[in-house]
Design a protein around this ligand. Sequence first.
Ligand code: FE2
Length: 278
Amino acid sequence: MFNKPDSCIGVGINFRSEISENIISNINKFDFIEINTERFFVGENNARLNQLVDLIPIVLHGLTLSIGTEKQNIPASYLDNLSRTLEKINCPWFSEHIAITNVNGIEIRALMPVEFTPESVQTIVNNAKKVMSLTNKPFLLENITYYYSMPTSNMSEVSFLKEIVEKADCGILLDLNNLYVNSINHKYDPYEFLNQLPLERVVEIHLAGCNYIHGMLVDTHATSIRKEVLSLFNYVCQKTLINGVAIERDDKLNNFSDLINEVQVVRDILKSNKQIKQ
Ligand SMILES: [Fe+2]
């Protein structure tokens, strides 16, 4: 039975080396920092990363598990590294994307979408269970953006996601910007999507900015969170306990004060929904 944490740790941002000095000097503005899990696999000699681990709660967010890759076991070295990292880093939960990032042993350095089929559900559930057997910490899976529909898909996106998390008995990292972007590009109602999702499994929320590029809305992480995405966030806050919110910014990082202001906007929404006190 999936055990959701019982309190909200607040609002954080994702770690990037370019802004590590800014993060450290403004550390009291954040409640946690989300760091890519794989940074700890390579013994990265990054004094600031180690400093952060001692300063503030850390949430681990994986990029390269490739949980959707069929007919290929998760490498033992990956599971060893993940297990060691989970022991070393005192994180309240850890997460990964529902995506393919490795094909025939080759890292493709992108989050490729999986087909929405029962076979794909089973592959992801089997892989999720292997990961979950390493630890008692909650494991979350994140919905990603996709810019074309897989021709072999025979399930809706929401029933695909619901079936995965219920069969694997894991949590959801609900990226509301990804949901908004997909709802515009694939023409569906994001609120209808949320109404069909088991929101009681949502542990963490991702918020970010998006931009139109050649007529398509793209998850750029390079701008402020859209008001439509904040409205979706407010809606979810009314429906279930949120355990943490990370704002993702990967580009246009020169105006750090904008990011700090966004943290406060998100905190105010959490407060107005009685998710946090201060
Ligand atoms: Fe995300």
